[in-house]
Design a protein around this ligand. Structure first.
Ligand code: SIN
Ligand code: FE2
Length: 216
C-alpha cells in the first residue's frame, strides 16, 4: 500500500516478520501486545477460573484451561466438544473481548487467511512440567478457517507433526509470538513439550496460550 507521495505507508513502523514454518503454518514473532492481552486474560479468568479438566480416558490434563467466546472447548468423561456454558458455573463463557478478536483476525490475515471469524478462544495455562500431547484440532465444523495461537510468558517448544505423522518438528515459541496454522496444515497434529521451569516478569511461573478458533 502506498501513500499520496508514492512512499509505502507506515514504512517506519516495525512490523513483525512473517516466517513460513511449513506450508499453511506461519510464525509471527513478537506479534502479540502482552500489555493489552494479559489484563484481558485476567478478566476472563476472574469470571471463569482456570481449571484442570479430565480427558475422556479419565486423565486430568496437566494444562489448566478457560475460555471466552460464544462457545468454549471442554473435555470430560463424555468427550471433547464445544459448549456454550462453563460446566463449573453453568453460566455462558465470558464474551470474547473485541481487542482479542481483532488481534486474531489481523494475525490470520497476515498469514494469508482473510475473513477469519473466531467464535471461541481457548486459554491454556501451563505451569512448569505441564505439556500437551500430540493432537488434532478437529472438534470445529469449518476446517477452511485457521487456528490462531498466541504465546505469552514462559517459552515453549511447539511440536508439529506433518501430514504423514512421523517425527515432529520443534518450533520454539517465545513470549509474544503468534503462530497461525490452516489450509493444508489445518489438521496437522501438534502439541507442546513439557514447559521448563522459569520465571517470567509478566506472567510469573507460567505460560499462557490463547487459541482462536471458528468452532460452529
Ligand atoms: C493447543 O494446541 O490447543 C495449544 C497449543 C499451545 O499451547 O501452543
Ligand atoms: Fe491444538
Amino acid at each position: 500500500m502506498t501513500g499520496a507521495n508514492g512512499l509505502p505507508l507506515f514504512a517506519d513502523v516495525p512490523r513483525p516478520a512473517a516466517e513460513a514454518v511449513a506450508e499453511g503454518v506461519t510464525l509471527l514473532a513478537g506479534f502479540v501486545p502482552a500489555a493489552d492481552v494479559l489484563p484481558l486474560v485476567a478478566r476472563v479468568a476472574d469470571a471463569a477460573p482456570f481449571r484442570r479438566m479430565t480427558t475422556p480416558g479419565g486423565r486430568r490434563m496437566s494444562v489448566a484451561i478457560t475460555n471466552c467466546g460464544s462457545v468454549g472447548w471442554v473435555t470430560d468423561r463424555d468427550g471433547y466438544r464445544y459448549d456454550r456454558r462453563d460446566p463449573e458455573s453453568g453460566r455462558p463463557w465470558p464474551a470474547m473481548p473485541d481487542r482479542l478478536r481483532a488481534l486474531a483476525v489481523d494475525a490470520a490475515a497476515r498469514a494469508g487467511f482473510d475473513g477469519f471469524a473466531p467464535d471461541a478462544c481457548l486459554i491454556n495455562r501451563y505451569e512448569p512440567g505441564a505439556r500437551l500431547g500430540l493432537h488434532r484440532d478437529e472438534d470445529e465444523r469449518d476446517f477452511a478457517q485457521p487456528i490462531v495461537s498466541f504465546s505469552l510468558g514462559l517459552p515453549a517448544v511447539f511440536l508439529l507433526a506433518g501430514p504423514k505423522g512421523g517425527r515432529s518438528r520443534q518450533v520454539p515459541l517465545s513470549h509474544g509470538d503468534a503462530i497461525v496454522f490452516g489450509g493444508p496444515a489445518r489438521l496437522w497434529r501438534h502439541g507442546v513439550k513439557p514447559i521448563a521451569d522459569g520465571q517470567h516478569p509478566l506472567t510469573g511461573r507460567c505460560r499462557i496460550n490463547l487459541t482462536f478458533r471458528r468452532a460452529l
